[in-house]
Every structure is written in C-alpha cells, then in structure tokens.
Design a protein around this ligand. Structure first.
Ligand code: WT7
Length: 690
C-alpha cells in the first residue's frame, strides 16, 4: 500500500457531462421514485439504521423464526452479525416462495452456446430439480456446514447445485471453470470439500473444455474428496474419464431421489458460501458470506439498483464462478421472483451481435456486463448492434472496473438508445452486493462515476499516508466504509486474522476496500482502481503476488515482479519482469545499457521458448484468463539497498511513461538515489522499449 499516494496522484480530471434521467412512457413506476426520496431513505438508513434494516429484512425475506436483534459487533474484532437470532433458508427464499405462488412462471432462461438453443425452466421445475440434487448430496453424507466445491460451466445445473447446498445448509464454494487444476486443487483442499460437483465438459464459443479431466487432476491431490458428481453437458463419455469408486453421474443419482427435500433450518449468521478471491499476497482468500445479511443485500440491490419488477427478465452476463454471478444471476433475481438468464456463450460468438440477439430473443429488461466487454464490442463496430431492437431494456449496468467515459457514452447511445439509464455499480466480492451506484431514473449520472452510496453504506475517504478522514467534497484518497452493512463478508475461511489484517487493521475503525477514490464537488464517487497489489484484467481480479509465485515455481526463475499495465480493451493487462537464475554475473552489475543488447545466453530462439514456458507456467498455475501480455527477461530488478523492489519504476517503464534513456525522461521517474544500482533503470528501458 506504500504506493497508494503515487497511484492516486496519477489519476486524471473528471469530465463534467451530466445525464439527467428522463421519464419513459409505458414504463412501470420506479421502485424508488425521485432523488429526494433516495436522499430521504438513504438518510434514514444511516441515521436510523435499526429501523430501516428491521423493516427491510422483514418485508424482503421470509423468516422461519423471526429475529429480534438487528445488529451486533463491529469492525474492530470482525464480529459483525445481523439478525442473529433469526432463522431462514436461502433456497426457500429464492425458490419455494415463487414455486408455490406462481409455479409456471419462468425462473431460469438458459441461453446455450449455440444461438437458437435455449430452455425455459419454471419455478416448479427449479424447485423439483433443486430438491433432487439436495437429496443426492444428503445421500453422499453431506450435512449442514460441510463445504461442497462446484466447478461447473454456465448451465442451470450450476444454480441447482448452489441452491441445493443452501437447502440443506451446506456451504457452496464455486470455483470459476476457467481456473486450472492446480487452482481448483488448492481451493478444494483449503475448505476440505468432501464432494465436488462438476460436468463432463464445458462448451463456450464453440469450443469444449475438459472440466472432468481437470477435476480428476485436481482431486488426485485432494485426500478430503469422497465423491465427484458429474453432470453430462455434452455426454461425450468416451472423452470423459470416470472412476467408478468415487464418481457418480448426476442423471443416475437424481433418478434415485424423490423430488422433495425439506429446507434445513439455518441461522442468519450460518455460512451460505465461500468464494475465493485474490488479495495482495500469494494465497487466494476464501471470502465467507453468511445467510440473511447477504440475501438482503442481493434482494434489495436487484430491486432498487436495477428497478426489478416481478415480470422482468434479468440478464447478467457474468459467470457464476464470480461474485457477480452469485449475487446477480443466482440469488438476487430469484429472491425477487424474477426470471434470470444463464448465458453459456461469449459476446463475440458466433459474431459480435450475440448479446443483442440474446436481449431481443428473451426480452431482457435488465442487462448487466463489464466495461471490458463494452470496449471490445465498441471496437468491433456499431454494425453489429444495428440489426437489433433492444426495446425490452429498461436498465443497463456496468461492473467490475472503472468504465471510461468513451465506453460509457457508446453503451448509452448504442445500447441504451440515449434513453435507458446506465447503472455503473461499484462493489467487491467482500461487499456481497452493490455499495455505490446510481438508481435508474433517479440519480443524474456522469460517465465514469458510480455516483452515490446505496442504503446503509457510509463511505469515508482517507489520506493513505496519515489515515486522516478527508471530509467534504473535492477530495481524493483511499475508499473506506464507516459502518457494517448486512451483506459484508464475515471472515476469511479458516483465517480470521487475515480478514482483520486485510480489511480492518489498515485504518482502525474502518473497513478498507483497497481502492482509490475521488469525491467530486457534487459528492459523487469516482472509483479509480486498486491501490494495493491487486490488478484487474477484464474485470477479473488477480494478485500480482499470486502470478509472481506461479513464475517462481519455474526451475529457472530466480525472481519475478508483476505489474498491471493499461490496456485499451482489458483495462489492465499482466506484465511480468523475470530474472533467470543463470544470468551472467556481469549483466547484473552493469551500469551501461549495452548489456540489454548483448545476446542472451539462450539465443533468440531459446529466449522465445523460455517466454512461452513462463506463459504456460502461469496458465497452468492459475488459469488461461491469467495469461501474461508480456514477459520481459531482465538481468535484475530495480531494488533499494535494503532489497525492496521499486515497483513504481517497473510500472512507469512498462506503461511507456518512460521510453528512452535520455536524462530528462529518466528524471520523470523521480528520486532514484535509493536504488542499489541506478544503472538497472536504463537496462530495463532498453529491454522493454527496444
Ligand atoms: C474490485 C472488486 C463485484 C464486482 C465484480 C468484481 C473493481 C468493481 C467497479 C466499478 C470501478 C470497480 C474495484 C473493486 N470494481 N466494480 N463499478 N467501478 N471499479 O469483484 O473481483 O471482488 O473485484 O473491482 O477495484 O475493488 P471483485
């Protein structure tokens, strides 16, 4: 975090265009009516939080045993609890309520990878399928509190698996299907999962991924796993290994069960799920969410941030392997009794009109995606949007990283037809649900700003060096939150002290988000990006330390430093500096640039091979989505005399802020006198920019 001040000073100015909401004829009355109403309710949620949350929790969720206590605990010890003497079941809230009331209504629309192939699953069918899977899990010996790993493609069965866990009080740990065997293994072992739910293969963009083979490779090193339940997505049994002692086919197991399973009584504070996310250190954290508070955040944000009404079709294009998929594909829409879309494909398959075809086909009312997809589609041209009407849309959302104004305006004009409100929603795996966002047709928007806080969220901007709160408007600092909110993560699975260290200890009395932020003259929030060693590639959060540990595992690597470089499409991209073990001694100590042009001991082919091996190393350790954009093999890294790597220099050189070794260019790097070997700077510049 020492670089926070420097990272924040690099942020640009804020454009001032304001988009005022317009009333649209024929649209239903908004769940929040006016900006004044927002301000009034927001004020109550802060000043009279107990009254606000008591009412919200009672009117939004179905309680088996109602709570009498609203909130206890605080940030200091990380002992926050909400509604802790209440009992409810997450699956009953998301499924049973609507299956009873409106059984024929569509709960899930599955849009498969191939356009034209889709399925509608009603609430009564969802109820039945979830009960069947819940009974299968019970038959495997899964009990309340056990952790079940879910490594699934984007099929309705992924939601059945999650909801089945919730039904019996088991804790799901969904692992994104793009993660490698190594990454899956580490996550299964960390939570000691007895059961893994997976599929034979995944299908995306016309290509198949070998999910079961990857699972087998992972589980070979997971002594805790007793059963693997395999859903047949493609039915390619010849390509799918099967271990009769341990593995069970999904379709065979559900055929044995009765389609009713009573919901288990679950306390508000019992865990609902674990989701691993990257932090500043190498090991991913198992962020743990509990039941009632999380559900409340999911339900309320879908209702108010997306203005969902009961007949709406919610189209969140994320993957269930990330928090966005948990909250805005599975729990949030279903808790509102709305229809949710499970999208198996990708924005450019079979052509860049796929999203818009999907919107028109299913009459999607809320569409939610990431800036990286918007930027990529914008580049591919408006012709791919033109054939579609997009007239079912009422709200379009953005999430995962700051959205640049150009992309925002394109989204507004091309997809929103200059009238549909955009919600730029800021939140994190740890916050559980959206915490800063405009409300559609309520909050005037400015392209690039997530605008104002949601109910109960009290942001504070702190000076990163002094930790002092910066009051008033027109301030920039690190973003913290001042009071607990219901859907906040409660702990890091198996490591509560890490939870305290990462979120609660950096600034005493506050929750620390890890993001830099500006509050402008109107009190609007502009989230700038991470100030820690976390980078954001296409909305996927990666830890530089985790990539560095992957690189170090290569037998020839002595040292590695990974940083994020700006990228027009993916936001940030992975840039790795690697020092090999057998670098000749004279190259390390040189003060001249000539070494950069010296032939590498491996020769040009050897160097290329080495680079490819390193890329492969990262893909194997984390997954293909973590593929480095560039690897520079360097004789050394810029270090202080005490051995600390000066990332500031690496960042500026990689981002092309410094391109030549001329004195005035080098002077832009600031004070280099603390470097053990100032000559390394010129060597790096030559390596990166020659
Ligand atoms: C980080 C959280 C929770 C959504 C998916 C990512 C960045 C997220 C925005 C936004 C600017 C954003 C932050 C945050 N981020 N949304 N609207 N504007 N930045 O979840 O993997 O936990 O990553 O994503 O840096 O800390 P995640």
């Amino acid at each position: 975090m020492s670089d926070a001040s420097e990272l924040l000073s690099a942020t640009g100015t804020t454009p001032e265009q304001v988009y005022t909401p317009q009333e649209q004829p024929g649209w239903p009355k908004g769940n929040v009516g006016t900006l004044d109403e927002y301000r009034k309710r927001y004020k109550q949620s802060i000043e009279d939080g107990d009254v606000f949350w008591d009412k919200a929790a009672k009117s939004t969720l179905k309680w088996t045993i109602p709570f009498t206590t609203i909130r206890s605990g605080g940030f200091e010890d990380g002992d926050v609890s909400w509604f802790h003497d209440g009992y409810l079941n997450a699956c009953e809230n998301a499924v049973d309520r609507w299956a009873l009331k409106n059984p024929k209504k569509t709960a899930i629309i599955w849009e498969s990878d191939e356009p034209g192939q889709h399925l509608h699953i009603s609430f009564s069918e969802l109820f039945k399928q979830v009960c069947l899977v819940a009974n299968v899990l019970l038959s495997f010996g899964v009990r309340k509190g056990d952790v079940v790993a879910v490594y699934m493609p984007m099929v309705p069965e992924a939601l059945y698996a999650m909801l089945a866990c919730a039904r019996i009080g088991a804790v799901h740990s969904v692992v994104f299907a793009g993660f490698s065997a190594d990454a899956l293994r580490d996550r299964i072992n960390d939570a000691q999962c007895k059961v893994v739910i997976t599929a034979d293969q995944g299908v995306r963009g016309g290509k198949r991924s070998q999910l079961k083979k990857i699972t087998d490779e992972a589980v070979a090193e997971c002594p805790c796993v007793e059963r693997v339940l395999v859903f047949q997505r493609t039915g390619d049994v010849l390509a799918t290994p099967f271990h009769a002692g341990r593995d069970r086919w999904w379709h065979e197991e559900i055929a044995k069960q009765r389609p009713y399973c009573p919901p288990t009584l679950v306390n508000s504070e019992d865990p609902l799920f674990i989701l691993y996310t990257s932090g500043s250190t190498g090991k991913p954290k198992g962020v743990l969410h509990t039941t009632a508070g999380y559900l409340l955040g999911a339900a309320l944000t879908v209702r108010d941030v997306f203005d969902v009404h009961s007949d709406d079709v919610f189209g969140c294009m994320a993957d269930v392997g990330w928090i966005t998929g948990h909250t805005y594909i599975c729990y949030g829409p279903l808790l509102n009794g709305a229809t949710t879309v499970v999208f198996e494909s990708m924005p450019t398959y079979p052509n860049p009109g796929r999203y818009w075809l999907t919107v028109d086909t299913h009459k999607i009312t809320q569409f939610y995606t990431a800036p990286t997809a918007i930027r990529a589609l914008r580049r591919l041209g408006d012709a791919h949007v033109a054939p579609y009407k997009l007239d079912s849309l009422r709200v379009i959302g953005s999430v995962g990283e700051p959205i640049n104004p150009e992309a925002w305006i394109w989204y507004h004009e091309q997809i929103g037809k200059s009238k549909i409100p955009i919600v730029d929603t800021y939140w994190q795996t740890e916050t559980g649900s959206i915490i800063v966002s405009p409300l559609p047709r309520v909050t005037p928007t400015k392209p690039g700003s997530a605008t104002l806080p949601f109910w109960g969220i009290e942001p504070a901007i702190l000076d990163p060096t002094t930790g002092q709160e910066l009051k008033g408007n027109d301030v920039t600092g690190v973003l913290c939150l001042k009071r607990p909110w219901p859907s906040m993560a409660r702990t890091v699975f198996g490591d509560h002290s890490r939870y305290l260290d990462v979120y609660m200890k950096p600034y005493k009395g506050y929750y620390f988000t890890g993001d830099g932020v500006t509050r402008d003259k109107d009190g609007y929030y502009w989230v700038r990006g991470r100030v820690d060693d976390v980078i954001n590639v296409s909305g996927h959060r990666l830890s530089t330390a985790e990539i560095e540990s992957a690189l170090i595992l290569h037998p020839r690597v002595a040292e590695a430093a990974v940083i994020g470089v700006n990228d027009d499409v993916t936001g940030q991209a992975i840039f790795c500096y690697v020092v090999l073990k057998e670098t000749p001694a004279e190259a390390v100590s040189t003060l001249s640039t000539s070494v950069a042009r010296m032939p590498h001991p491996d020769g040009p082919d050897g160097l290329k091979r080495m680079t490819q091996e390193l890329v492969q190393q990262v893909r194997q350790h984390i997954g293909p989505f973590a593929t480095p954009k560039r690897i520079v093999i360097s004789p050394d890294l810029p270090k202080t005399r005490s051995g600390k790597i000066m990332r500031r220099i690496l960042r500026k050189v990689a981002n092309g802020e410094i391109k030549s070794t001329q004195e005035e260019e080098i002077s832009k790097l600031g004070d280099l006198s603390t470097l053990a070997d100032p000559g390394i700077v010129a060597v790096l510049i030559a390596k990166v920019h020659s």
